[in-house]
Ligand binder design. Structure first.
Ligand code: PEP
Ligand code: MG
Length: 842
C-alpha cells in the first residue's frame, strides 16, 4: 500500500496554495482570515485526495500528524466541503487528550474542568469512532470519567488510545468514511452537490475556553438575520468549551442594547476587537459573516467564520449594502439574490422565528401569508368583507364565479388543483396568498367544516369562522393567527430593481386583466401587458346577465343585441388599460373559455336563470346540457368559439379599436396588440384576421381616425408550435401559452394534475411540476421548434411566453437562451422575472 502524499496535509499560512476545490470552503475561508492577520489558531488543511485515500483505508504517516499537537496538545477536526451547504460529518473536538495531558490540564484549568474535557472526548470517540453503544457512555459527574475509560477497555479489550496521532488518524478515517455513507450522499445531493463531491478536512489547534480569567466561546454577527439591518447579535458563553460546560458558566449577550448582562459591558476591549474583526471580515471576504471565537484568559482566538444564514428579505438588504459600500459590484449583488426571494418581499410573511401549528400542507401556489376566518363560499366571503372581517375562502376548487369571493378574501385554500388551476392563476394575479391541492383536507361545504388529517395521524375539525393562517410561500396551513412580518418594498428592493433594469436582457411584461393589475404592473416597472385575459371582464355582476342572454340568443341578430350591451363596458375596460399603460404595449387576448363556464351549475341557479330570461326551466336546462362538454379544455373554446360564434370577437375587436381611438385622443398614440387563443391551424388565423380587419375599417370610417394594430397568435397547442412557420406568415407576434402547451404536450389536465403531482414528483417521474417549471426536454423542444420555424419565415417576428412559466426563474433562463423577446407573468411576479432576466443577461 502506498502512503498518501503527505504534502497534502498542509498548514494554513498566508502563502500556502489552499484551494477551495481541493481543500474546501472552510480551509479557504480560514486562510483568508489568516491573511487578515486575525488571531486564528494553527490550522491544517487535509486535501480531498488525501481524505479519499484515508476513506479507502490508507493511514496518514504519524510524523505528519505529530506537528499538529505541538501547541496546546488538543485539536479539533472539522469538515470542509466545497460548499458550506453540502454539510459533512460532525466536528470532533478535544482530539489528543490522554492521561498525561489530562493531568497537565488539571493544573491549568482545574481537575473538574479537565475531567469534563477528557470525558467529552472519550464519549465522542467511543460512540462515533469505536461505534460502541451510546447508552453506555451517558454518565456525568464525579467518577464518570473513570467509568467511561473502564467501560471502553471492557468493550474493546484494550485501554483507551493514549497516542494522540492514533486518535487523530482514527477520527480522520471515521469522518472520511462518514462522507461516503448513503445518507450523507443523499443529503448533500438534495442541496445540489454532485454524487462524487469531494471533502477536505481541517485540523485546528484548540484554544481552551475554560480556566482562569475571562474564558469562553461565542459567535458574533453584524446584521439582523431576519431583516438584514445592521445590528450586532450573538452570544458569549463564559466557561464553555464546545458543549462542555465548566464551573462558573454564564451566558452573556454581546451588546448593551440586549436585555441582560453583556460582553460589551463586561469586557469592552474584547467586544471592540470582535467588532473590528467583523468589519475587516466583511470587507475582505465580501460577505456578511458570522464569526466563531474562543476567549482564553482574555485572549481572543477566531476559530471559524461562516456566511450568516439569512431570510430572503435580509439577502436583498445585505447584497445591496455590500454593493453600495463598494465591496462588490452591482452585477454581483444582482447575482447574489435568489429571484424567487423577491416574491417574499412583496407580501406579508410568517415570522420564521415564531412557532407554527401546521394543520395541512399543499402546493404553494401564490406567495405571502395572511390570517383570516374560514368561509366556504364566495357569498360568505363577500358578507365577511362587507363586515370588515378578513376571511379566507376555502373551496374544493374554485370556478370562475368565485372570483368575487376571491376579491373579498385575504387568502385562498383549495383541496384540489395544481399550479395552473383557476384558484392559483387568479390568486397570483391578485397577489393573494394561495395554497391548492391540500389533499390532507376534507371540506364539507354543507356542514361548513374543514377536517384536517394531520401528518401525525390525528384529525382536527375547523368550522366556518375559525381563524387560520395561509402561508402561500411554504404551502402550509396554520391554525390560528400567526405572527406576520410586513412586506419589505424598501429602498434596498428599489435599488436592486434599478440595477436589474440597467442590465437589460429579456423584456418582462405583466399578465393584467384589470386596472388594478395594470397599476401593480406599472409599479413594478413591467414593460407592458403581455396578456389581458378578457373573459375575466365578463364575470362582473352587471355583465354576466348580458353574457347569458347572448348565450341563449337564437339568432346572430339577437346575439349581437346582447353583445351591444357589453360593448361599452369592454370599451371602457380597454380605455382604462391603455391610459394606465401610457403608450406601453398592451396585448389583449380575445375570448378564450368555453361558454358553459358562464352558466349556473346547480338547480337553484338554473331556476333563477330561467326566470331572469323569462324562459321555461326545461328549455334552460336543455340548453345548458347541450353546452356542457366532457373535456371543455379541449372543446369549443378559444378561436374555435371565435369562428363558430364570430359576433363575440367582432364585439371585442370593436371595443378595442374604439378604445384605441379614445385613448389616443387623450394621450400617447396606442397600437393595440390583439391575440388569438388556442390556434391549431393557419386557416383559423386567416378567418379571424379577415373579420378583425373589417371591424378596423368600419371603426376608422365611423371615427375618421386612423390607427394600426398588431395581430398575434398564442402558440398553446402542439400543432401550432409545429406549424409556427405558416402561422407566422399571418401575424406579427407569437406568444407561447405554456400552460395549455404543457397540458396538451403531456396530455395532462391542468385542473386535475394536483391529485397525483406530489406522488409523481416524489417518485422522480417528473423532476418538477411541469406546470410550474417549464419542461425543457418536451415542451421546451416544441417551443424551440416553434421559435426556429417562426423566425425562418419572419425574422423580425416578436416572440414571447405568457404562461405561468413566465414568472419562474429557471424557465426564464431557458426563454433567454431560446432567444425570446420577452416573458409575461402575473404582476406580483414581475420583480422576480426582472431579476431572473437580468441574471440571465449578466
Ligand atoms: C396559457 O395557456 O399558457 C395561457 C397563458 O392561457 P390560459 O392560462 O389563460 O389558458
Ligand atoms: Mg391558454
Amino acid at each position: 500500500m502506498t502512503e498518501p502524499d503527505l504534502n497534502q496535509t498542509t498548514q494554513i499560512t498566508p502563502s500556502e496554495g489552499i484551494e477551495r476545490a481541493r481543500h474546501g470552503w472552510r480551509a479557504k475561508c480560514l486562510q483568508r482570515l489568516v491573511r487578515m492577520q486575525l488571531p486564528v489558531p494553527r490550522s491544517f488543511a487535509i486535501s480531498a485526495e488525501t481524505v479519499r485515500l484515508i476513506a479507502q483505508g490508507q493511514r496518514v504517516q504519524a510524523a505528519s500528524l505529530d506537528e499538529v499537537f505541538a501547541g496546546s496538545g488538543l485539536v479539533s477536526v472539522r469538515p470542509s466541503a466545497v460548499m458550506p451547504e453540502w454539510g459533512g460529518p460532525g466536528t470532533v473536538l478535544n482530539v489528543g487528550i490522554n492521561d498525561a495531558l489530562h493531568d497537565r490540564l488539571a493544573g491549568v484549568i482545574g481537575r473538574e474542568n479537565a475531567d469534563a474535557v477528557y470525558l467529552a472526548f472519550v464519549q465522542t470517540y467511543a460512540t462515533h469512532i469505536a461505534r460502541l453503544d451510546p447508552d453506555m457512555f451517558t454518565q456525568d459527574g464525579p467518577g464518570a470519567l473513570a467509568d467511561a475509560l473502564r467501560c471502553y477497555r471492557d468493550e474493546m479489550d484494550r485501554p483507551f488510545p493514549q497516542d494522540p496521532t492514533e486518535q487523530l488518524s482514527e477520527v480522520l478515517r471515521s469522518m472520511a468514511r462518514a462522507w461516503d455513507g448513503p445518507t450523507a450522499r443523499l443529503l448533500r445531493q438534495a442541496k445540489g452537490a454532485p454524487p462524487d463531491a469531494p471533502l477536505g478536512l481541517v485540523v485546528q489547534e484548540m484554544a481552551l475556553a475554560l480556566g482562569p480569567g475571562i474564558c469562553g466561546s461565542g459567535t458574533i454577527q453584524f446584521i439582523d438575520p431576519v431583516t438584514g439591518a445592521p445590528r450586532v447579535t450573538g452570544r458569549f458563553r463564559g466557561q464553555r468549551h464546545g458543549p462542555t460546560i465548566g464551573a462558573g458558566a454564564e451566558t452573556l449577550y454581546l451588546t448593551r442594547d440586549d436585555r441582560g448582562p453583556s460582553l460589551e459591558e463586561t469586557a469592552p476591549e474584547i467586544f471592540a476587537d470582535l467588532v473590528r474583526f467583523g468589519i475587516a471580515a466583511r470587507e475582505r471576504l465580501r460577505e456578511e459573516m458570522q464569526i466563531e471565537f474562543v476567549v482564553t484568559g482574555g485572549q481572543i482566538s477566531v476559530i471559524d467564520a461562516d456566511r450568516v444564514a439569512r431570510t430572503s428579505r435580509a439577502s436583498v438588504r445585505i447584497a445591496v449594502s455590500l454593493a453600495r459600500d463598494g465591496i462588490i459590484p452591482p452585477d454581483e449583488a444582482l447575482m447574489r439574490v435568489e429571484p424567487r426571494a423577491l416574491a417574499d418581499l412583496l407580501h406579508h410573511q410568517v415570522d420564521p422565528r415564531e412557532p407554527r401549528d401546521v394543520i395541512a400542507r399543499g402546493i404553494d401556489a401564490s406567495p405571502g401569508a395572511a390570517t383570516g376566518r374560514i368561509v366556504f363560499s364566495a357569498a360568505a366571503a363577500q358578507s365577511a368583507h362587507a363586515r370588515g372581517e378578513p376571511c379566507i375562502l376555502v373551496r374544493r376548487e374554485t370556478i370562475p364565479e368565485d372570483i368575487r369571493g376571491m376579491h373579498a378574501s385575504v387568502a385562498v385554500l383549495t383541496e384540489r388543483g395544481g399550479t395552473t388551476s383557476h384558484a392559483a392563476v387568479i390568486a397570483r394575479g391578485l397577489g393573494l396568498p394561495c395554497i391548492v391541492g391540500a389533499s390532507g383536507l376534507v371540506i364539507d361545504a354543507r356542514a361548513r367544516t374543514l377536517r384536517a388529517h394531520s401528518l401525525q395521524g390525528g384529525t382536527r375539525i375547523l368550522r366556518e369562522g375559525d381563524e387560520i393562517t395561509i402561508d402561500g410561500s411554504s404551502g402550509e396551513v396554520l391554525a390560528g393567527a400567526a405572527v406576520l412580518l410586513p412586506p419589505a418594498l424598501d429602498d434596498a428592493f428599489t435599488q436592486l430593481m434599478d440595477w436589474a433594469s440597467d442590465v437589460g436582457g429579456l423584456g418582462v411584461r405583466a399578465n393584467a386583466d384589470t386596472p388594478e393589475d395594470a397599476i401593480t404592473a406599472r409599479r413594478f416597472q413591467a414593460q407592458g401587458i403581455g396578456l389581458c385575459r378578457t373573459e375575466h371582464m365578463f364575470f362582473d355582476a352587471e355583465r354576466l346577465p348580458a353574457m347569458r342572454e347572448m348565450i341563449f340568443a337564437d339568432t346572430p341578430e339577437d346575439r349581437r343585441l346582447s353583445l351591444d350591451r357589453i360593448l361599452p363596458m369592454q370599451r371602457q375596460d380597454f380605455t382604462r388599460l391603455f391610459e394606465i399603460m401610457a403608450g406601453l404595449p398592451v396585448t389583449i387576448r380575445l375570448f378564450d373559455p368555453p361558454l358553459h363556464e358562464f352558466l349556473p351549475h346547480d338547480r337553484e341557479g338554473l331556476r333563477e336563470l330561467a326566470s331572469s330570461l323569462d324562459l321555461p326551466l326545461a328549455d334552460v336546462t336543455r340548453r345548458v346540457e347541450a353546452l356542457t362538454e366532457f373535456n371543455p379544455m379541449l372543446g369549443m373554446r378559444g378561436v374555435r368559439l371565435g369562428i363558430t360564434v364570430p359576433e363575440i370577437y367582432d364585439m371585442q375587436a370593436r371595443a378595442i379599436f374604439e378604445a384605441t381611438v379614445e385613448a389616443s385622443r387623450k394621450g400617447d398614440p396606442v397600437v393595440p396588440e390583439i391575440m388569438i387563443p388556442l390556434v391549431s391551424a393557419m386557416r383559423e388565423v386567416e378567418l379571424v384576421k379577415t373579420r378583425i380587419d373589417a371591424v378596423a375599417a368600419a371603426v376608422r370610417n365611423q371615427t375618421r381616425v386612423d390607427f394600426t394594430y398588431r395581430l398575434g397568435v398564442m402558440v398553446e397547442t402542439p400543432r401550432a408550435a409545429l406549424r409556427a412557420g405558416d402561422i407566422a406568415g399571418h401575424c406579427m407576434f407569437l406568444s407561447f401559452g405554456t400552460n395549455d402547451l404543457t397540458q396538451m404536450t403531456y396530455g395532462l389536465s391542468r385542473d386535475d394534475a394536483g391529485r397525483f403531482m406530489g406522488t409523481y414528483v416524489g417518485q422522480g417521474v417528473y423532476a418538477e411540476d411541469p406546470f410550474h417549471v417549464l419542461d425543457q426536454d418536451g415542451v421546451g423542444e416544441l417551443l424551440l421548434i416553434g421559435v426556429q420555424r417562426a423566425r425562418a419565415q419572419k425574422p423580425g417576428i416578436t416572440l414571447s411566453v405568457c404562461g405561468e412559466h413566465g414568472g419562474n426563474p429557471e424557465s426564464i433562463a431557458f426563454c433567454h437562451s431560446a432567444g425570446l423577446d420577452y416573458v409575461s407573468c402575473s404582476p406580483f411576479r414581475v420583480p422576480v422575472a426582472r431579476l431572473a432576466a437580468a441574471q440571465s443577461a449578466i
